[in-house]
Design a protein around this ligand. Structure first.
Ligand SMILES: [Zn+2]
Length: 224
């Protein structure tokens, strides 16, 4: 199952057999060079993406060769794609189910532990559930760890991205360039290493200036 153990992946409860999943993903993503395999717990297929990426699609089976539809179908793409918001939405549409993106860690009991970062529901438009920061950072990749999920940091008058996984800084601009354009809710946390309760939460258009004031007052803020 090479590629399956990388940390960031998509998952969802697709109600299709692996053969059907293969057809649906193939139609949407132009996958080729399929190889199916299974062992006593998981079944999976591997495939090549159009742009040279490697896909690993796996799920537990019931032990008699039948799919377990209540288990997560796990999609690991390597290298981890940059545009996870666009891709997550497309996968969700293709498989007609809610799809999550985030970190998955394999534990010793043949199961996965997931930390969800983005969530997509099937629909004609881009995700309504990915946050604005996800949309803003879509296409960005962490120089250090390859992570594709970012928090926003507001400090002084500046706004910068920061990798969720390794905390490396990303591109920066001014908060005035980003704040007024923020769509949807902003959750504001003190950036003190521990993500506690938000100190402020509200619609971007209504609270971006308040965030500016907080930041100018010397508080370093983390936005999600
Ligand atoms: Zn990183």
């Amino acid at each position: 199952m090479s590629g399956a153990f990388q940390s960031q992946k998509f998952w969802g409860q697709a109600q299709f057999s692996l053969q059907e999943v293969k057809r649906l993903l193939s139609d949407s993503f132009g996958l080729g060079q399929f190889a199916f395999d299974y062992e006593n717990v998981f079944e999976w297929f591997e495939a090549q993406g159009a742009e040279g990426s490697h896909w690993n699609v796996s799920r537990k089976h019931d032990g008699d060769g039948q799919p377990s539809f209540d288990e997560y179908l796990i999609i690991a793409i390597s290298p981890v794609p940059k545009n996870t918001v666009e891709l997550g939405q497309k996968i969700s549409n293709a498989l007609s189910c809610t799809v999550s993106f985030g970190e998955g860690a394999y534990d010793k009991n043949d199961s996965w532990k997931f930390v969800e970062r983005q969530k997509f529901v099937p629909g004609p438009s881009r995700s309504q559930t990915a946050t604005f920061i996800d949309k803003l950072s879509d296409g960005l990749r962490c120089d250090k760890c390859g992570g594709t999920v970012f928090d926003g940091i507001v400090s002084g008058l500046s706004f910068s991205f920061r990798c969720c996984s390794c905390h490396s800084p990303g591109p920066a601009t001014s908060w005035s360039a980003v704040g007024p354009k923020w769509e949807g809710t902003i959750k504001v946390y003190r950036d003190e290493g521990v993500i506690d309760a938000p100190v402020l939460e509200g619609e971007g258009k209504e609270i971006w200036q308040e965030i500016r004031q907080l930041s100018l007052g010397g508080k370093r803020l983390l936005l999600r």
